[in-house]
Design a protein around this ligand. Sequence first.
Ligand code: PGA
Length: 239
Amino acid sequence: MKITVCKDYDEMSRRAGEIIVRQMQKKPDSVLGFATGSTPIGLYQYLVKAYEEGKIDFSKITTFNLDEYIGLPPDHEQSYHYFMEENLFSKVNLPKEAIHFPAVEGELSGKGYDKAIEDAGGIDIQILGIGRDGHMAFVEPGEKLSIFTGKYDLLPSTIEDNARFFKSREEVPTKAVTMGMGTIMRARKLLILANGEAKRDAVSQVMEGDHVSTLCPVTFALMHPDASLIVDEEAAGYR
Ligand code: PGA
């Protein structure tokens, strides 16, 4: 695991952005795995700027998002479809047919999503945030972690954390579809981002670096052959 501690959120976003830009320049038909949440917003702003400056081109890129709530229509402003549209997709030249989200039913549900990723050649870089409880995507801590894409119940702490985006806690969906731990681990590179004090516990388990635990799913990334963790000083516990 390569760990980079940045001064602040902006530096974290820039460092991550530089990695994605280099990947897209090296391989214009890259397969990118995208994450939602507050953490990668700065990274997407960096990518939009790089696109506007002509440094990157999305016309041959394929994308797979990590997860989506169950029960929100794609045009709901808290759905992850909407989030990606707002923060990145509507601002760059990514073809609509190149965009993929895990689905509740049909071809892109369950193992069908994993197969679609495999058929696309596998994910070159998977961007990931970390939940306060150590989740990656919506793979929540527990006795067992699903290997494949599928449905997960969200833990109360995640529902609480995500309530800030909704009018009330009752409106937050309690279930999601998400890549599984095996799906995530098959990406050729993991780019994990975390900022702020709330992520300190989860980040410290990764920085200790000597164990994995299903109670802190992000620790599984320690066994990935090419994983990078980019955090700010607050998440690292430096201040
Ligand atoms: P956040 O969520 O970026 O909004 O903190 C991260 C996550 O839950 O994976």
